[in-house]
Write a protein that binds this ligand. Structure first.
Ligand code: ADP
Ligand code: MG
Length: 323
């Protein structure tokens, strides 16, 4: 629907690029893609609202990167290969320098993963960005949330907490050194989607999820859907040097275990996959750390240094809690 007078100009100027992967890209009523035989189409949508999912003063290039990155992360968590994206933009005003920077962040990341922007929508309103991503995964091979088995190990990629530490700093709950804040906030705005890792885990991981709401909450989703529980050893959670400096204060620790926005993968695998998973660390250059175990029961318990369960507010981010 045309709501911005310069809508077509805006799309032509900033969001029309040859769609290498598609039969038909931006410009028609629908885009067309050729879906490969023997593959399932993996589709996911994520919306980011100004003031809720990002600080309104965010650098537009970082925002362009992030909107695509969080969607690529969902594709990664399914073990799929990304191909196509749709972009629905709601904008308060038409600000060409802002749009140019946003498009740069978006397309630079898209180029890294050979993703084509094949369509979208553009309307006026409070700044809101929705990306729909599509990818392919061999039929039956997707990594789901519901496959964790009692006795499986729980793994996490990279390190967790920096993004949430940056948010906690912005909210005045902790104080990061200037240099640490600048580094941590880049993890918030330019997360690295673990796409190669997700694909490498096919046939190895029994379940997977990307960490968007927080480690404990997202592992909790795996547990709920798999009908199991989990224990996580606090001391084994991988953190950066910044995270290590805040591991022993309450607000810092809460950010690390319950904060979101890391977009690392949390996955489960049988103990006999330990060696193959360790090999992946070398092949992909992504640290993979065993942080716990799948158990009978329900929920995630976090075990402190003394091996006793800790009480932590690990609910993660829930948009409608308390409303
Ligand atoms: P319609 O009237 O069918 O909704 P639009 O006028 O909204 O079509 O869009 C025209 C074309 O531009 C479509 O192919 C649509 O997918 C594409 N498009 C609109 N907004 C965007 C955007 N922000 N990014 C990429 N493509 C877009
Ligand atoms: Mg439209």
């Amino acid at each position: 629907m045309t709501q911005l007078s310069s809508e077509f100009d805006l799309i032509a100027r900033h969001f029309t690029k040859p769609a290498a992967n598609a039969v038909l890209g931006v410009g028609d009523d629908c885009a067309l893609v050729d879906v490969t035989n023997g593959m399932d189409l993996a589709v996911s949508t994520d919306t980011m609202v100004s003031g809720t999912h990002f600080f309104p003063d965010v650098d537009p290039e970082n925002l362009g990167h992030k909107t695509l990155a969080v969607n690529l992360s969902d594709i990664a968590a399914m073990g799929a290969m990304p191909y196509w994206a749709m972009l629905a933009l709601t904008l308060p005003t038409v600000d060409h320098p802002w749009l140019k920077a946003f498009a740069k962040g978006f397309f630079d990341l898209a180029a890294e993963y050979n993703v084509s922007l094949i369509g979208g929508d553009t309307t006026r309103g409070p700044l809101t960005i929705t990306v729909t991503i599509m990818g392919q995964v061999p039929t039956g091979a997707a990594l789901r949330r519901n496959g964790a088995k009692v006795g499986n190990d729980v793994w996490v990629s990279g390190n967790v907490g920096d993004a949430a530490l940056a948010v906690a700093h912005r909210h005045g709950k902790i104080v990061l050194r200037e240099r640490d804040y600048r580094e941590a906030v880049m993890r918030l705005y330019e997360p690295t989607p673990r796409v190669a890792l997700g694909q490498a885990l096919r046939g190895m991981a029994t379940s997977a999820i990307d960490i968007s709401d927080g480690l404990i909450a997202d592992l909790g989703h795996i547990c709920r859907l798999s009908g199991v529980g989990a224990t996580v050893e606090l001391g084994s959670i991988p953190v950066s040097e910044i995270g290590a400096r805040h591991f022993n204060d309450d607000a810092g620790l809460t950010a690390i275990v319950a904060g979101g926005d890391d977009y690392e993968l949390c996955f489960t695998a049988p103990a006999n996959s330990r060696e193959s998973i360790a090999d992946l660390t070398d092949v992909l250059g992504v640290p993979l750390t065993r942080i716990g175990q799948i158990k009978r029961g329900k929920g995630v318990s976090l075990l402190g240094a003394d091996g006793k369960p800790m009480k932590i507010d690990g609910r993660g981010y829930d948009h409608f809690s308390g409303t």
